[in-house]
Design a protein. Structure first.
Length: 655
């Protein structure tokens, strides 16, 4: 406690011990109250307040009520003035760190509304009188406990009244024990033990079950992406402190290394989830080409199966009919007539050639009249290939027009096959079964062509005038982008086709969803983390509502959610100052107080370093958790002392 000396006009000197942080004016008010209205002449401060000590006058009687009420009033003033006291912290930008680790800086002024100002007003009205000043060691302990008691109303700690009051009183006793022992580590340890014991005895009747691990902690453990305490708890104040550690010079290197470790763990986890698929890649061009290949393979597979079934079915028709003609080309001839009419006498090269070739084709088919099953099947097969651009019906014309005409003729000959199956004969019945199976397979091909997968690919077009090459109207990269932007119903359709016809491409496409997120979130800025958590989460949020429709299993969806949720927490930049002025302000502020408060200046440098060493280590996180969640300053001091002893001389991360 600060001690002040005052001299009266008669030459008498008076020594007054004021409360912590008291000013000379406050001590003078205490002396006036002690002397009362009938006291000796008004004293005046000795020059410098350090005159030689003289015999003290007899102290006025001390009342128990005044002692208890006065010290409780001091505690009330401390609580009521706390917001103003914090607002006037000596080093702006590091007060959260300093307060957390005990590096409190005393203010010499009394801001309006602060705790000292409130105590002055309470002293003026008599709520804090001379009786409140402790005169013995026992009274000093009692005063410390009483003054700390009102802090039980502050948020934090236990929820029940008795343990909160006990913790508050215990912290006051612990702090007084540290002062009596002269401070230092020995005093801090003794104070922490005494404060914790007192709070435990007073609140010992209540026992609580520790809460289970938080969802954030579980997700972090499952994904392998470590979190700081602030990120795990979601505390904005603690997260803000941790983000400031990434900016301050003493802690920047370690904190940024921790951030890099988080990012690398996230990359490893995504690669692990996607790396179970052979040939997985985040390259959009490769993904688009795989989807196009899967589409073509699916159509080819169905076409091959259709031919195999047709060989069996029409073989039965052939066995019954022998060489007897059974397929009449009536629908085919009508279609050729319409094609001839549409193109004859048209002054264009393609139209002239189409009309001439269609006329020749009609004459050949009309000459046959009714064809055998083998002849009709060969014709239908050729036109079916041309309809898919794997063959030609007409020569020397635009390939796109050739495909459209082939589709018309393919449909007409199928109608001829159907017409031949209407009679009630063994041949017709066998033909009907063969036609139905062929039609079902053809419908499956049409389904894939018109499905969401077919729409992803666009249409094939040919450069007939120059190179003659055939290409899709959509580039592979555009196909991959459309795949990511599918609606849930489209995704379900594509997944159904891929699962049935190209399961390996389905797995590669799922991996592409994850690896594309990594590619999109990649950071190329020198010194930055390899990926941006915010960008990755943004990419995954686009597909998250349709992950099930894209083929992801419930287990895979949970694993992805664990990774993205943990990334979102790790990417929380609450309180960050991208301007870079925080670090400069911290060092200037530290230099400014170095002479007047060397211990506080040292703490403002050492404390960020210690905290940064502990952020992502399991022992450090536990000690930080104890310091942050402690219900008593005593317990908090014990955790902080352990942090100092463990990490102040740490040479490397301790996982």
């Amino acid at each position: 406690m600060p001690k002040f000396t005052f001299t009266s006009p008669e030459g008498k000197t008076y020594d007054v011990e004021g409360p912590d942080g008291a000013t000379k004016e406050q001590a003078f008010l205490i002396l006036q109250q002690r002397l009362g209205p009938n006291g000796a002449g008004a004293p005046s401060p000795a020059p410098g307040g350090t005159a030689a000590p003289a015999s003290k006058p007899a102290e006025p009687p001390q009342s128990i009520a005044g002692f208890i009420g006065g010290n409780l009033s001091k505690g009330v003033a401390d609580v009521a003035g706390l917001p103003v006291d914090l607002a006037h912290s000596a080093i702006e930008g590091t007060k959260g760190i300093a307060n957390l680790f005990g590096a409190h800086l005393k203010q010499t002024d009394s801001p309006v509304g602060g705790s000292d100002w409130i105590k002055q007003k309470l002293a003026q009205i008599g709520s804090i009188g001379p009786s409140a000043e402790p005169r013995t060691t026992a009274q000093r302990y009692a005063a410390a406990g009483l003054e700390a008691g009102p802090s039980a109303v502050l948020p934090g700690g236990t929820s029940s009244v008795l343990p909160r009051i006990g913790s508050a009183i215990g912290s006051g006793l612990g702090g007084q024990a540290a002062r009596e022992m002269g401070g230092g580590y020995l005093g801090q340890i003794a104070g922490s033990m005494l404060g914790g014991a007192a709070g435990g005895m007073i609140g010992g009747a209540e026992r609580s079950i520790p809460p289970p691990p938080s969802e954030a902690g579980r997700a972090s453990q499952a994904s392998g992406i470590p979190l700081t305490l602030g990120q795990e708890t979601g505390s904005k104040s603690l997260t803000s402190i941790e983000n400031r550690l990434r900016e301050l010079f003493p802690s920047r290197g370690t904190a940024n290394a921790d951030e890099l470790a988080q990012a690398q763990a996230a990359v490893n986890r995504v690669n692990e989830l996607a790396g179970q698929v052979q040939g997985a890649s985040g390259n959009a061009e490769q993904a688009g080409m795989r989807l196009r290949s899967a589409y073509n393979d699916a159509v080819q597979r169905i076409d091959t199966a259709r031919d195999a079934q047709a060989a069996r079915d029409y073989g039965e028709v052939r066995r019954i009919a022998g060489n007897q003609p059974v397929i009449r080309y009536s629908n085919t001839l009508n279609t050729l007539d319409r094609i001839i009419a549409e193109n004859q006498n048209v002054p264009a090269g393609d139209a002239t050639r189409i009309a001439a070739q269609a006329r020749q084709m009609r004459e050949a088919l009309a000459g046959q009249g009714t064809a055998t099953v083998d002849d009709a099947m060969r014709t239908r097969r050729a036109w079916g290939n041309a309809a898919r651009r794997t063959g030609n019906v007409f020569s020397d014309i635009d390939p796109n027009a050739n495909q459209l005409l082939a589709r018309r003729l393919f449909g007409a000959i199928n109608q001829d096959f159907d017409a031949a199956s209407n009679a009630n004969t063994p041949i017709s019945q066998a033909l009907r079964r063969a036609n139905q199976n062929y039609a079902n397979a053809s419908q499956s091909i049409s389904y894939i062509e018109r499905s969401a997968l077919g729409k992803l690919l666009g249409e094939d077009v040919t450069d007939a005038a120059f190179s003659g090459q055939t290409a899709s109207t959509k580039a592979p990269e555009a196909i991959a982008k459309r795949y990511l932007n599918m609606t849930p119903s489209e995704a379900r359709s594509v997944t159904t086709i891929l699962r049935r016809h190209a399961p390996d491409v389905l797995q590669q496409s799922k991996a592409f969803v994850l690896l594309n997120g990594l590619e999109s979130a990649r950071n190329d800025v020198p010194g930055a983390a390899p990926i941006s958590f915010a960008k990755f989460r943004r990419e995954l949020d686009k597909v998250q509502p349709k992950l099930r429709e894209m083929g992801f299993t419930p287990r895979e969806i949970r694993q992805i959610a664990d990774a993205t949720d943990t990334m979102a927490r790790a990417g929380d930049r609450t309180g960050a100052n991208p301007s870079g002025t925080t670090a400069a302000g911290h060092m200037l502020g530290t230099a400014a107080i170095a002479l007047a408060h060397p211990v506080a200046a040292a703490a403002s440098v050492i404390t960020p370093y210690i905290a940064s060493r502990a952020l992502l280590t399991e022992p450090g996180r536990e000690l930080l958790r104890n310091a942050y969640a402690a219900s008593t300053p005593a317990a908090r001091n014990a955790a902080i002392g352990a942090l100092r002893s463990r990490f102040a001389q740490s040479q490397g991360p301790q996982q």
